[in-house]
Design a protein around this ligand. Structure first.
Ligand code: ADP
Length: 332
């Protein structure tokens, strides 16, 4: 990145509905006692509801424009690249508390720039996932576009990407990570996302989900060649049961929630990709969280619905697309 003196860091933030993603580029990095060429990118997340913790961190970092002093003591008028809806909502607060103005960037533009950068410049960034294993894929640089970018955050955005600054936000759905985790909080009492994901690993979705066999009976399934274990209705078993919420285990509720939302988002992604005749679907957003069964379910659904014609591809830095795109805009 240009115009950066040594011993300083460039920061960009993506302030979302749930999380603040922060990416910073450290110049003065020593690896094994030696000065690293080019520096190092660092990635951090904070709860948006805990903006103060994020500001505290930024205050502790030396920024290039602050004349070498820590931000807290900087007197000059500083600007920081920022994206996400919260960059509008919290601009005044940040100005007041940090003395920093936000240079606000278009959210979709930064997400696309970040994804393209990762796909083109970062080795081993993208991978497919099947049966619990990552399989790294080489991105064909000449044949990267067009692709569908599905960014699963609090809500979901679906973007047709044709190049840098060349994209269309085709559609999206408000039924996203925020919906799932909101319901999870109410139903399971989980307050931390990782706790919820862990819980979901220990549950059995068949306690709540209605499958084809439950409706037709095993014999009919066999006779008619129906797939007995196919999901017919997520949470559908609850209706005919006398059990109350407290009779269900939190882990079973968590498993059912995660699979219901994940399959649904994957299916909508498939439909959008089909309509646009796109074969490659890249998934980003903190919803995925590198979580094996989330990626397994997305991969399975895309493969199943497309009859093997489409592939779900994931990114190692899935949650930081917007923040990275914002950081790269220091180059503009
Ligand atoms: P946004 O920009 O809307 O905040 P993100 O891409 O950061 O979106 O994704 C937010 C979603 O990621 C949440 O809705 C939840 O599904 C998931 N998530 C991952 N990590 C966390 C976390 N630590 N706290 C809350 N939600 C998390």
């Amino acid at each position: 990145l240009p115009n950066q003196s040594s011993d300083t860091a460039l920061i960009a933030v993506d302030i979302g509905g749930t999380l603040i993603k922060l990416v910073y580029f450290e110049n003065n990095v020593k690896v094994k006692g030696k000065q690293a060429v080019g520096g190092r990118l660092r990635f951090m997340k904070f709860q948006t509801s805990r903006l103060d913790e994020c500001l505290e961190f930024i205050r502790s970092v030396k920024l290039p424009y602050s004349g070498g002093s820590a931000m807290g003591s900087a007197k000059v008028n500083l600007t920081m690249k920022a994206t996400g809806g919260g960059s509008f909502k919290f601009a005044d607060t940040i100005k007041e508390k940090l003395g920093v103005s936000l240079d606000k960037l278009d959210e979709m533009d930064t997400v696309v720039t970040g994804a393209n950068f990762l796909l083109k410049q970062v080795p081993n960034e993208s991978f497919t996932f099947a049966h619990g294993k990552r399989c790294h894929i080489e991105v064909n640089q000449k044949n990267l576009y067009p692709y569908l970018l599905v960014n699963i955050g609090s809500g979901v955005s679906m973007i047709k990407v044709l190049g840098n600054r060349n994209f269309e936000r085709v559609t999206g759905t408000q039924i996203g990570g925020g919906t799932m985790f909101g319901l999870a909080k109410l139903l399971t009492g989980c307050t931390r996302y990782d706790e919820f994901l862990q819980l979901s690993q220990q549950g059995d979705n068949l306690v709540l989900d209605l499958i084809v066999k439950d409706i037709c009976g095993e014999l009919v399934c066999q006779k008619q060649g129906l797939s007995a274990s196919t999901l017919a209705s997520s949470f559908g078993k609850v209706i005919s049961s006398k059990r109350e919420l407290s009779d269900y285990k939190a882990e079973d509720l968590a498993t059912t929630l995660l699979s219901a939302f994940t399959y649904n988002i994957a299916q909508v992604s498939f439909l959008v990709a089909s309509l646009l005749k796109l074969k490659r679907v890249y998934f980003g957003g903190s919803y995925i969280r590198g979580h094996p069964s989330t990626m397994d379910n997305i991969s399975y659904a895309i493969d199943f619905w497309s009859k093997g014609q489409m592939q779900a591809v994931f990114l190692r830095h899935e949650g930081f697309l917007g923040a990275l795109g914002a950081l790269l805009s220091y180059n503009d």
